[in-house]
Ligand binder design. Structure first.
Ligand SMILES: CC(C)(COP(=O)(O)OP(=O)(O)OC[C@H]1O[C@@H](n2cnc3c(N)ncnc32)[C@H](O)[C@@H]1OP(=O)(O)O)[C@@H](O)C(=O)NCCC(=O)NCCS
Length: 144
């Protein structure tokens, strides 16, 4: 994966509650962190506080981490659709300098207040906070 094109954001410190029974990083914890990180990225790129994860391509767990390691999560938008945003993800172990996982495609969809896809109107990555929502986002009101 091309590191130069990925923006690494959040770092995590691997703690005892993040381990599996083998004593290494639990994949479920990692996926939870990535999904949250990717959600925030999708909100900032699509300018809508109401987004959902639609699709994740195969996840390649390349190496692991152990308690006390620090990891960093990187994301980059690869395709702006009409209502969706596709991104690529990589997580690296800051101690071993190895890649922990890669996900080629994570797709988020921008939703309206009824939970229907809504166009976001963007075609390019922003590196600023210019699309940050400026109000609280009420929960989706699902159709009866
Ligand atoms: C997100 C959701 C509203 C989309 O509904 P939908 O009927 O598939 O909507 P559409 O067919 O209009 O597709 C919306 C966008 O998603 C994209 N999409 C749909 N299915 C896809 C798939 N399998 N893979 C990649 N992209 C997909 C479409 O290409 C479209 O993007 P575009 O507008 O940029 O071209 C609906 O599937 C949903 O609510 N899913 C649950 C999401 C959720 O709760 N996620 C949290 C995990 S529990």
């Amino acid at each position: 994966m091309d590191h130069e094109n990925i923006n690494f954001h959040t770092r995590k410190w691997v703690r005892p509650e993040d381990l599996n029974a083998n004593g290494t990083l639990f994949g479920g914890s990692l996926l939870r962190w990535i999904d949250e990180e990717a959600t925030i990225y999708a909100i900032l790129q699509m300018g809508n506080g109401r987004v959902v994860t639609k699709f994740m391509s195969e996840i390649n767990f390349v190496s692991s981490a152990q308690q006390g390691d620090m990891i960093e999560m990187g994301l980059r938008a690869t395709k702006f659709g009409r209502t969706s945003l596709t991104m690529r993800a990589e997580v690296r172990n800051m101690i071993t300098r190895r890649s922990i996982l890669t996900i080629d495609r994570i797709v988020f969809v921008s939703l309206d207040e009824h939970g229907h896809p809504v166009p976001h109107g963007f075609t390019e990555i922003t590196y600023d906070r210019d699309r940050l929502p400026d109000h609280h986002i009420p929960p989706v009101m699902l159709d009866a």
